[in-house]
Design a protein around this ligand. Sequence first.
Ligand SMILES: Nc1ncnc2c1ncn2[C@@H]1O[C@H](COP(=O)(O)OP(=O)(O)O)[C@@H](O)[C@H]1O
Ligand SMILES: [Mg+2]
Length: 227
Amino acid sequence: MESILKTENLWKVYRQGKVDVPALRGVSVDVPPGEFLSIMGPSGCGKSTLLHVIGGLASPTRGKVLLDGNDLSALSDAERTRLRRHKVGFVFQRFNLLPTLSARDNIALAQHIHGDGFDPHRFEVVTSMLGLAGRLTHKPSELSGGEQQRVAIARAIINEPKIVLADEPTGNLDSKSSDNVLAMLRQLNQDLGQTIVMITHNPDAAAVGHRVIHMRDGLVVDSAAAD
Ligand SMILES: Nc1ncnc2c1ncn2[C@@H]1O[C@H](COP(=O)(O)OP(=O)(O)O)[C@@H](O)[C@H]1O
Ligand SMILES: [Mg+2]
């Protein structure tokens, strides 16, 4: 079966003044449809950079990213943005919700940006699955951290992306909210077949996935089934 995501010998070198900082030094990963992949590794090893490059938020210095069969390096910035909106859902550690909008509008706005307009059925399915039905009129500041992250997850999946990329989604949550958010991600993966790539520092969180890859100094140093 074709991969949802495949990278070949991916390099990313940041230029800081006169110094080159290699954040990725030849990363090859392959994510089949329906996989829940966890990525672990020490701070600064290139995890976020990898997520940005595979999600089309940044371009690689060298190497290839195939996202649902599309070669990202062959696209213009505008085409890459369009592809990202259609195929990728992002979840961040700090939720990144718009503070002046209600939970409902934060989620619905993503549908409008996508270009297909508001789909009430999908909205209902996603928000009830994430237990948000009673919280939709609240602004982010009126929600707990766990609720805010569930809104962010709803926003990420509302347009049925091919892949969800989550960068330490439980990094800002207490352990109870963290368990709840991980259970939601697992449910999305199991019930909807949602392909997920999740960065985490926490081995227990990583074990929610099917497979864990470990990175160090811009390289994948280990890949093994989760226990
Ligand atoms: N925009 C940037 N400009 C310059 N250097 C960066 C930038 N983003 C990340 N880096 C550097 O690249 C390396 C990898 O960073 P990052 O991908 O954020 O690691 P991680 O998410 O694993 O903590 C680090 O040395 C970091 O300082
Ligand atoms: Mg990071």
